[in-house]
Write a protein that binds this ligand. Structure first.
Ligand code: SF4
Length: 65
């Protein structure tokens, strides 16, 4: 199992209509990949997730190995 990285990403949440900071966890693989493993919100159930800049930023920090 790779190293776990914790990052905090802030941005505007449309659903709660306020700025939020979301805790994210990434797993860093031996091949240099970075995979988002935890996002402390529920984008699958959120009607605004397609336009959520926090979720977008969290996904953009992933890397292929
Ligand atoms: S996924 Fe939805 S509820 Fe979660 S931070 Fe983004 S807009 Fe807010």
């Amino acid at each position: 199992m790779g190293e776990i990285l914790e990052e905090f990403i802030s941005g505007f949440c449309r659903t709660s209509n306020e700025t939020r900071t979301i805790c994210c966890e990434y797993e860093q693989g031996d091949d240099g990949s970075v995979t988002l493993t935890e996002f402390d919100c529920n984008p699958e159930k959120c009607p605004n997730s397609a336009a959520c800049t926090i979720w977008e930023e969290a996904k953009s920090r992933e890397r292929k190995g």
